[in-house]
Design a protein around this ligand. Structure first.
Ligand code: 5AD
Ligand code: SF4
Length: 374
């Protein structure tokens, strides 16, 4: 496949004379932060469209065009943390708390399995007491057992001790998502309470633990946070690349009316900023998994599909029981709260089909970057 070498292609390759070595992407090239900032600030629609198309081609060339689905199960909204942006923060007294039973989670996992989703994501508020961590261990084992080991299990349950991460890994979880939220420790400090529970360095250490244990390690950031500049976002991209993550889930920051941050005077940037982050990350890291996240769907109803067209390759359809969905509200206007797993699934499938996007049924869709790193 030969790419048209447009002027901006030369520009982003800035200083790279040997175009063969570029191999359609920026993987082996020292990233130029100034150029990333320029792209993130660009308002030239035609150029931005070209960037998205380029990122799509880089994805197709390196990991194929298929989208992989992960069934998302929001297992509990109980959380011991107090992030200033999040609707289910422990300090929000207005949230009706729930925790799914093992049977409910396993039923969800079986639905995913029978629907041909290669894997599931168990997401929930952060808790680290041993009755909780043991329950997760048992749950992961059970899910592996009922699916004959075929269903991949990703966990997204916050920061835990290395021992807990290891226990869950040995139980059969093979991927873990833990967003750094912002690679800038100053921004991190502004959007979290300042205490030992909300500590940027501990979070980085958790990511290092995960990677070292052998998880496919995912991180991500929120885009359009108060105090966040295009420079910060460029640094976020460089953080992910320097860390060598296998998966990324990023999305726009969205306000939740019952949080401290809702009172901060803040304007939400357009979705195109998030899409540019996706596209640039794809150029920097051609072989990782990049998710088109639910928050994108809030800004534009087809936001996730647009992200797929800009280089993302993973979608996580919500499979949480309908009666719990409106209790897991990280931000206002969460989409699909009235739907059940079947409806969310068929809506997404028909949207993807309409856009000519193929689904990788029954496959784990592991990060190619992970295996190359091993
Ligand atoms: N807007 C967007 N994303 C949010 N998250 C939490 N609250 C919000 C919000 N208000 C994201 C965080 C967290 C993930 C589970 O959800 O990035 O890591
Ligand atoms: Fe808890 Fe995660 Fe929300 Fe923070 S973002 S309050 S850790 S659920």
């Amino acid at each position: 496949m030969q790419l048209p070498i447009s002027s901006f292609y030369f520009k982003i390759l800035n200083g790279v004379n040997n175009l063969d070595r570029a191999d359609y992407n920026l993987e082996g090239i020292a990233p130029n932060k100034a150029l990333l900032v320029e792209w993130l600030s660009s308002k030239e629609e035609a150029k931005i469209k070209e960037l998205f198309d380029w990122a799509y081609r880089v994805k197709a060339h390196n990991i194929g065009e298929k989208v992989f689905l992960r069934g998302l199960i929001e297992i509990s909204n109980i959380c011991s943390k107090n992030c200033y942006y999040c609707g289910i923060r422990g300090g929000n007294p207005l949230v009706e708390r729930y925790e799914l039973t093992e049977d409910q989670v396993v039923a969800g996992a079986l639905f995913a399995y029978k629907s041909g989703y290669g894997s599931i994501v168990l997401q929930g508020g952060e808790r680290s007491n041993s009755s909780f961590t043991k329950k997760i261990t048992a749950l992961v084992k059970k899910i592996k057992e009922v699916s004959g080991g075929k269903l991949g299990v990703t966990l997204s349950l916050g920061e835990q001790s290395r021992d807990t991460f290891l226990e869950w890994y040995e139980a059969g979880a093979h991927r873990y998502l833990l967003r750094i939220e912002s690679s800038n420790p100053d921004i991190f400090r502004k959007i979290h309470p300042v205490d030992s529970k909300h500590d940027w360095e501990s979070r980085v250490n958790s990511l290092l633990d995960l990677q070292e244990i052998g998880y496919q390690t995912g991180t991500g950031v929120m885009i359009g946070l108060p105090f966040q500049s295009e420079e910060d976002l460029a640094e976020d991209l460089l953080f992910m690349r320097n860390f060598g993550v296998d998966m990324v889930g990023m999305g726009p920051y969205l306000s939740h009316s019952q949080t401290p941050m809702a009172k901060w005077n803040h304007r939400q940037p357009p979705l195109s900023l998030t899409l540019k982050m996706v596209a640039l990350l794809r150029l920097l890291m051609p072989k990782i998994n990049i998710a088109a996240t639910t928050a994108m769907q809030v800004v534009e109803s087809r936001g996730r599909e647009m992200a797929i067209k800009a280089g993302a390759n993973i979608i996580m359809p919500n499979m949480t029981l309908t009666q719990m969905r409106d209790k897991y509200l990280l931000y206002d206007n969460k989409p699909g709260v009235e739907e059940d797993a079947e409806i969310s699934k068929s809506k997404l499938e028909s949207n993807l089909k309409e856009m000519g996007i193929e689904i990788g049924w029954g496959e784990w869709g592991d990060s190619k970057a992970f295996f190359e790193r091993q």
